[in-house]
Write a protein that binds this ligand. Structure first.
Ligand SMILES: [Zn+2]
Ligand SMILES: [Zn+2]
Length: 59
């Protein structure tokens, strides 16, 4: 699976691919890697539906 995103390292639209996911996210895995420079990008796939706020609680 491939998609284009604005790469923060290349500073331009770049082709990204999803690396093999070990977390069981399948198609909804937020991790994308720039095929040119290898920068990992975490894309919230639900972002176009609504703005999602993720909070992490530290016990
Ligand atoms: Zn994943
Ligand atoms: Zn890049």
């Amino acid at each position: 699976m491939e998609s284009t995103f604005e790469c923060p390292s290349c500073r331009r639209l770049q082709l990204f691919e999803q690396p093999p996911c070990d977390d069981g996210h399948k198609a909804e895995c937020p991790e994308w890697v720039c095929i040119v420079c290898g920068t990992a990008l975490f894309v919230d796939v639900t972002l176009d539906v609504d703005v999602q706020v993720v909070t992490t609680r530290v016990a």
